[in-house]
Design a protein around this ligand. Structure first.
Ligand code: NDP
Ligand code: PYC
Length: 339
């Protein structure tokens, strides 16, 4: 990377915390948001590391979000845990709900955490990894803003709608995790192309007239495409339904209307599902683990890499050398958020 600066993990935290405090986020939200940004930056997730501080601050600037609201949990004996974020950024509500999700998944075999009424800006894999670390398999999904055209459509109706999955691997150093937008590119990725003045690849976006474009600015004024044509489009609709109406929350269309066209974080819900392999394998977990490992071994034997391997390698490298690298331009613009 040319024109980069090095930041230690604690410098990343300090930069994020100072900016969030400056904009009035409550103490616990500052902690949760800064931890998420630092976790993503450590894994070289450029679109959802420190870069996402811009979206957080824009959310504060717009004045609709509750910057210090404490989550309210609704708990009964069932497998459903509900966490109302009260119009705050999602992370505190997710953290409040996760221990109950784990306990319910162990008790029932399967459990669901429905997070409602939240602003959401983050990657999903850090929460998935918290569940795989507990020996659970997990899914998570969120809508976003209606930036993405359905396959065959010409204007935004769907969100970038990430879908994340994790599988615990007790005998391996890391779990199996994937986490990706159901749009061809995440919005954050398009924003990074726009910042760098680079053209997009073909097939990623449409302009405001519904015509294919490689211009990131035209893409942001028009619509993004789903990945994999009609297949990604169907998965994206599933994310809308599962993390929206199913849990009594907004779709990406609703979120876009709520934000009145302002560039704040999307406002909606999040669904996280956890599965206990010990319960679901009927007491045959060792055999099940071995079967899963044979599958991973065959994939590796073909020279194919598993999702998250780049991320885990980046984490190990950055931890060993004691710093992450970001561009000087990004660092300068992040510091200017306090002006
Ligand atoms: P990427 O396209 O960067 O990566 C998607 C996944 O595929 C990762 O798990 C990645 O692993 C894996 N992968 C990439 N290349 C390969 C390969 N050659 N072989 C095997 N696996 C591979 O993700 P996106 O840009 O779509 O999303 C980035 C982040 O943005 C996600 O964390 C997502 O949650 C977040 N996001 C959040 C949204 C929100 O509304 N909050 C909306 C959209 C996205 P690896 O990381 O190791 O490369
Ligand atoms: O990158 O698509 C995205 C995104 C939406 C909300 C947060 N990130």
């Amino acid at each position: 990377m040319s024109d980069t600066i090095r930041l230690t993990p604690s410098e990343v935290r300090t930069l994020a915390e100072g900016t969030l405090k400056h904009w009035g986020f409550g103490f616990d939200h500052v902690d949760a948001i800064a931890a998420m940004l630092a976790t993503c930056q450590l894994d070289d997730c450029q679109s959802h590391g420190l870069f996402r501080l811009f979206m957080c601050i824009e959310t504060a600037r717009q004045g609709r979000a509750a910057l210090a609201a404490e989550p309210v949990l609704t708990l009964d004996e069932s497998a459903v845990v509900r966490a109302d974020a009260g119009g705050a950024i999602s992370l505190r509500a997710v953290q409040a709900g996760l221990p109950h999700l784990v306990e319910r998944a162990r008790r029932h075999g399967v459990a669901v955490l429905a997070v409602n009424h939240c602003y959401h800006f983050s990657a999903l894999w850090p929460e998935i990894e918290q569940l795989t670390a507990q020996g659970l398999a997990a899914f998570s999904m969120v809508p976003s803003h209606a930036w993405v055209a359905p396959a065959g459509g010409t204007r935004g109706a769907l969100g970038t709608n990430p879908l994340a999955f994790g599988w615990p691997r007790p005998a391996a150093p890391e779990p199996f995790v994937f986490d990706f937008a159901t749009s061809a590119f995440a919005r954050g990725e398009i924003e990074l192309y726009a910042r760098a003045g680079r053209p997009l690849p073909e097939g990623v976006a449409l302009d405001a007239a519904g015509q294919p474009t490689t211009d990131p600015q035209a893409a942001m004024a028009g619509a993004m495409c789903t990945f994999g044509g009609y297949k990604g489009s169907a998965l994206s609709i599933m994310v809308e339904l599962m993390a929206g109406p199913l849990i009594g929350d907004l779709t990406s269309l609703d979120s876009m209307a709520h934000s009145q066209g302002q560039p704040e974080a999307p406002c909606h819900g999040q669904i996280i599902m956890a599965f206990d392999p010990e319960r679901l394998s009927g007491g045959a977990q060792e055999e099940s683990d071995a079967r899963a490992e044979r599958l991973f071994a065959e994939i590796g034997a073909q020279g194919a890499r598993l999702p998250s391997q780049r991320r885990f390698a980046a984490r190990a490298r950055n931890l060993e050398r004691g710093y992450v690298e970001i561009s000087e331009a990004l660092h300068r613009d992040l510091l200017a958020l306090r002006d």
